[in-house]
Design a protein around this ligand. Structure first.
Ligand code: 26Q
Length: 759
């Protein structure tokens, strides 16, 4: 086998560069390995099965693919050895790969983990999305603020395979061609491969010269330029509807074409196809598929029935502002052919239930996308146990009463191939040494590690592995951002989109509390490094104020010799999957501090736990399940519970949250007021800091002040326990051992069992 690979590689480098592999540079080797792995993956047949899944998602946050594909193809170690025999280093080669910028956060990374698991389980299932040329955006820090630049990640040599297929998408007065590109998704442990289908316009436009502003009315060229273009104006909102319709119309046509190629007629759609709708961005696939089926001779009744059995909806949020509603007038402009169908679907839904709360079209003629999904899909799922319960009891209660049989929970998971095996080889080796390799296909077997919870040697090994991951991370950070950290400090890590409900601002208040403590002469037992990674949506003003605050604290502390030996703050620039893969193995504490009830699940919490970080969190999302699994000694929880929080939001319940009441506590006021201290004002933008200060004391919509005092106390307690190294290592071990439940292979098996019924 090694011989074959060597010959194959030599053949490619000779053909392309006229060089033997050992004479190639990293970039040339990257291109050669890209060609080699793409060929091997593309040769693989699709898994067979009676029913095929299409996973529709506006985002696929894939991360780099070379390492992952080598692993799935089962040739990673051979290639590594081969290269090192040639005096080459696979890591340096992998550094050459640009990270695809096709996603934003949890929902997009979940879609990528799911594709990996679906393929690994040998199930027939493809992704359907868009090929954004400039991604979400590239984040840069300028004057301690976030600046956004295009992220032109696509290179001439890439994972995209031209599928040779186009589909016409009709936008009322004009038609665009959707060009299909495919990315092969090889399955680990088998010889099959699925596909990620990415649609693109025929003539993609150039990147904007400055920043990320572009002509949002130039649909023909810019439909696939950016993920989530600014929706601050009507043009931006319309562009999002164009994107969504383009994706689902082309996707639905592809599905019907493949159905026919497999030898089935349109009346067999639901027997042969299941479409998973990842949040509401792809919801227009429902009326579009009905339209296409009726055009193929089905009656409206028949088409509706097929689609109802063939669509399933996943909800990822209870935040009202993220539940999509589009004025019917927008759809009239973008895809007028859908309007009569949506009206008909609304009429039929009203016959089933006249309650206006469950209507698709409201009195203002606005389309509630989630409502359409629930009426005209076979399944509605939340992404963690608590989240699904809140959907049933509160957010979607009237729907649950109408269709109890449709509701089900699918607690999220992550692929341990990427998030343990690939990103943390030293820990993987340690695990293999003690319990063997069987946990890869039976992640529950990680629990065998529990037999070592009192084995001082193994606990020591764990600490050594963690310490070397921290050193490695320090090296990478120094190279990227010129920042030197102390690998013996506690690495306290909060990595996720920037959002007020995730409460990065509460973590910043902790930093202020410690800063003031140290200034007053109270040094902590162990030095602490608080590490953030987050992008803020470009139009999300408050989120940008929070980034500014964090960057100002970073500056203030790094130039203060009295404080910096004990406390550091670092914000990673352009946080992405690659940074996550570097940082997660090095994390000691996993910050999961959302306002209870607001984080649907979280998936970073699972990745961090699998790498031996101990969670400091509220009882929110999947943290609740983590706490149940690891037990109270192996997690630090704090904060008001979801029931209480929901009560504090309830305007009818009477007891509304008032930030000012909490601000006036002696433990809180000095922290919030520090935003307007001379120290910070001399570094930062007074307007931004003042706006954040005002919001914190006067509004604080996500109640950071409600929990901040308990947060500080519990965090300090966690940090004190860190000093007892062996007891801490035991916590690490239990977290790793219990992480098997959060393998996305388990999640996918449950989707298949309960919803998809593939093969
Ligand atoms: C909605 C309306 C208008 C414009 C944009 C949007 C929009 C965009 C992105 C709404 C939601 C998103 C992304 C949501 C997301 O990533 N949710 C996360 O999903 C994860 C996977 O289930 C969960 O673990 C996280 O808890 C959840 O926040």
């Amino acid at each position: 086998m090694t011989m074959d690979l060597r010959e194959h590689l030599e053949q490619i480098t000779h053909e392309r560069f006229g060089l033997a592999p050992d004479r190639c540079g990293s970039r040339q080797l990257y291109e050669a390995l890209l060609t080699l792995t793409s060929r091997l993956a593309a040769e693989r047949p699709a898994p067979a099965g009676g029913r095929k899944l299409y996973y529709f998602s506006a985002e696929f946050l894939m991360g780099k693919l070379l390492d992952n594909n080598l692993l799935a193809l089962g040739i990673r170690e051979q290639v590594r050895d081969l290269l090192s025999e040639m005096g080459q280093d696979l890591n340096a080669v992998e550094d050459q790969e640009p990270e695809p910028s096709l996603g934003n956060g949890g929902l997009g990374r979940l879609a990528a983990c799911f594709l990996d698991s679906i393929a690994a389980l040998g199930l027939p299932g493809d992704g359907v999305g868009l090929n954004y040329h400039y991604g979400l955006f590239h984040q840069k820090f300028v004057d301690n603020k976030q600046a956004e630049l295009p992220d032109p990640w696509l290179e001439k040599e890439s994972w995209l395979i031209p599928a040779g297929k186009t589909f016409p998408v009709s936008f009322g007065e004009r038609e665009l061609k959707a060009v299909l590109w495919d990315v092969a998704i090889p399955g680990a442990y088998n010889d099959k491969a699925n596909r990620l289908h990415l649609f693109d316009v025929e003539e993609p436009g150039d990147a904007p010269e400055k920043g990320i502003d572009f002509d949002k009315t130039d649909i023909a060229h810019h439909l696939t330029s950016f993920l989530y273009p600014d929706d601050g104006d009507e043009e931006g909102r319309l562009l999002r509807v164009y994107q969504q319709y383009f994706m689902v119309s082309a996707g639905a046509q592809l599905i019907l074409q493949e159905l026919e190629e497999r030898g089935y007629g349109p009346r067999e759609l639901a027997d042969r196809v299941i479409m998973q709708i990842n949040d509401t961005h792809p919801s227009m696939v429902i009326p579009e598929m009905i339209r296409l089926l009726t055009a193929r001779g089905l009656t409206m009744d028949e088409a509706v029935e097929q689609v109802r059995r063939a669509c399933a909806y996943t909800n990822h949020t209870i935040l009202a502002e993220a539940l999509e509603k589009w004025p019917l007038a927008f759809i009239e402009k973008v895809a007028p052919q859908l309007v009569p169908i949506i009206r008909e679907l609304d009429k039929r839904a009203r016959k089933v239930c006249p309650d206006p709360q469950v209507a698709i079209l409201d009195e203002k003629n606005v389309v509630h996308m989630a409502h359409m999904d629930i009426h005209y899909g076979c399944s509605v799922n939340g992404v963690a146990a608590l989240h699904t319960e809140i959907l049933k009891k509160a957010e979607l209660k009237p729907f649950y009463e109408l269709y109890p049989e449709k509701f089900n929970n699918k607690t999220n998971g992550v692929t341990l191939r990427r998030w343990l095996e690939a990103c943390n080889p030293a820990l993987t080796e340690l695990i293999d040494k003690h319990i063997g390799p069987g946990w890869r296909q039976e992640p529950g077997k990680l629990e065998d590690l529990l037999a070592y919870s009192n084995d001082g040697e193994v606990l020591k090994e764990l600490l050594v592995v963690k310490r070397s991951a921290k050193e490695r991370f320090c090296g990478m950070l120094e190279e990227a951002q010129g920042i030197r950290l102390n690998p013996d400090s506690i690495f306290d890590v909060q990595i996720k989109r920037l959002h007020e409900y995730k409460r990065q601002q509460m973590n910043a208040l902790y930093v202020i509390a410690k800063y003031l403590d140290i200034k007053a002469g109270n040094t902590p037992e162990s030095p602490v490094t608080v590490i953030f990674g987050a992008k803020a949506a470009p139009a999300y003003v408050m989120a940008k104020h929070i980034i500014h605050l964090i960057l100002c604290l970073q500056k203030l502390i790094e130039s203060d010799p009295e404080v910096s030996p004990w406390l550091r703050v670092v914000m990673l620039e352009n946080y992405n999957v690659t940074w996550a893969e570097r940082l997660i193995p090095a994390a000691d504490v996993s910050e999961q501090i959302s306002l209870a009830s607001k984080e649907a699940s979280g998936t970073g919490n699972m990745k961090l736990m699998a790498n031996g970080a101990v969670t400091l969190g509220t009882l929110d999302g999947a943290n609740v399940e983590i706490a149940q699994l690891v037990g109270p000694e192996n997690i630090f929880t704090f904060g008001k519970h979801s029931g209480r929080v929901i009560h504090l939001y309830d305007d009818k319940g009477g007891e509304r949250y008032r930030a000012l009441d909490y601000y006036h506590s002696p433990g809180v006021e000095p922290l919030v007021d520090f935003l307007l201290s001379p120290e910070l004002l001399s570094i930062g933008d007074p307007m931004s800091l003042t706006a954040l200060w005002r919001d914190m004391k006067g509004k604080d919509w996500f109640m950071a002040l409600l929990d901040v005092e308990e947060y500080i106390a519990v965090k300090d307690q966690a940090f004190r326990q860190y000093a007892g190294r062996e007891a801490w290592a035991r916590k690490m071990l239990v977290n790793i051992a219990k992480a098997g439940y959060f393998s996305s292979d388990r999640t996918i098996e449950q989707y298949n069992e309960d919803v998809w019924h593939l093969s």
